[in-house]
Design a protein around this ligand. Structure first.
Ligand SMILES: [Fe+2]
Ligand SMILES: [Fe+2]
Length: 400
């Protein structure tokens, strides 16, 4: 029986590998290279990772040329080339460190013949002082070309960074679903890249639709998540500073790491950043669901292992996802309404279809059936939140 299972597993893996090579060849209309930005450490004011993807396996260097707003001449920085395991793609990346905060940095990509294959784009490092930081947050996207339309009202507010709360392209960690990622990057291009060629960086949490049951290691359980968004090695939980006043703690609701296994680390992060005015968390499965039952397993685990710490360290707000409605809770502490408590925003419905909202729940101050994203402006005085569905403002809250 054991042998049969092993044989079946080997067969499934080889079939998926061969069919995805074929897919990679078929997906020839993707716009090469896809360019996008991530962070690989907490200091978002001095670092940035520039990533670009091409639809072939190649070792040809594609040269990244860079200059800051204070420089006149370009320098060629040595990108890391990563052959995507299992799919026909190559990823290039360069991790910038020691940049100056709150400044513009320009880049373009040229091939070996010095031909420009990505014209000049730029990014802005986040501030490290008291200047405001503007974010948009959404989850449950799917690879639909409505993502820019749904976020239009929020994108007009000129965000500095985009927070993604899991269930990204719904590829389910399957290498055969490469086309979903191609479509996702295409749909995200007008979200991430402004009309004046600024690229807005991403901070990405993991959801259940990034993961396959069949992976043998952490990285093969979520092959695209780890290879596309290397944010903290094989860890799916990490912290990012958003200005001198705010911190974002990204958590994994049991997809690669259990809730319980992150408790010690979470306590350390709260201790390190307890002086911050705005303490935010982002994770996939909600503690306070807007659609599913309150007693859903993942929600219970979140409340059991994390809620006490959220209460103890006065978490300002949490961005929850997974339930596919728009919602905002009352401020909550000790699982009760409390004006000093945490507000839970959600519930991840950027591109995925909305589900039935549950307005009778005691903890919900606002809930509705909308595709939407949240916009937040974080300052040294507090945080303002607005939910947009396409161009319509559907909810707002001020936490000062
Ligand atoms: Fe979802
Ligand atoms: Fe989900």
């Amino acid at each position: 029986m054991k042998h049969l299972k092993t044989l079946l597993l080997v067969f499934t893996i080889s079939v998926s590998l061969s069919s995805c090579k074929l897919l990679g060849t078929i997906v020839g209309d993707s716009k090469d290279p896809f360019v996008y930005l991530t962070f690989d450490n907490p200091d978002t004011s001095r670092s940035m990772v520039v990533n670009y993807l091409v639809s072939e396996h190649t070792t040809e260097p594609l040269n990244l040329f860079y200059k800051s707003e204070h420089q006149i001449s370009w320098s060629n920085v040595p990108t890391e080339i990563m052959e995507f395991k299992g799919v026909l793609k190559t990823k290039y990346s360069y991790s910038f460190k020691n940049l100056s905060a709150g400044t513009k940095h320009f880049f373009e990509i040229r091939n070996e013949n010095d031909e420009i294959i990505l014209p000049m784009h730029y990014f802005k490092t986040l501030p490290n002082g008291g200047a405001p930081v503007k974010v948009i947050q959404g989850g449950d996207l799917r690879s639909k070309n409505i993502l820019a339309d749904v976020a239009e009202g929020a994108l007009k507010k000129d965000p500095d960074v985009i927070l993604i709360g899991g269930d990204i392209s719904y590829a389910n960690g399957k290498l055969t679903n490469l086309d979903k990622w191609d479509d996702w990057f295409k749909a995200m291009e007008p979200v991430m890249i402004t009309d004046d060629q600024r690229v807005i960086p991403l901070i990405v949490a993991i959801g259940n639709h990034e993961v396959t049951k069949f992976g043998l290691s952490k990285k093969t359980k979520a092959p695209f998540y780890f290879q596309l968004f290397p944010q903290n090695g094989d860890k799916t939980f990490f912290t990012r500073k958003l200005g001198a006043h705010s911190v974002l703690i990204v958590l994994d609701t049991g997809h690669i790491y259990s809730h319980r296994s992150q408790v010690e680390w979470l306590t350390q992060q709260f201790e390190t950043y307890k002086h911050m005015k705005n303490k935010l968390a982002m994770y996939h499965v909600p503690l306070y669901p807007g659609h599913r039952k309150f007693e859903t397993r993942g929600s219970k685990k979140g409340r059991k292992h994390w809620m006490g710490l959220f209460d103890k360290y006065n978490l300002t707000a949490a961005f929850e996802n997974h339930d596919h409605v728009a919602k905002r809770t009352y401020p909550l502490k000790n699982n009760k309404k409390d004006p000093e408590g945490t507000v839970y925003f959600g519930d991840g419905c950027w591109g995925a279809g909305y589900r039935e909202a549950q307005p009778e729940r005691w903890y919900l101050d606002f809930v509705g059936e909308y595709r939407h994203v949240w916009f937040a402006e974080l300052t040294e005085f507090g945080a303002d939140f607005e939910a947009y569905s396409y161009n319509e403002l559907i909810d707002s809250a001020t936490l000062h």
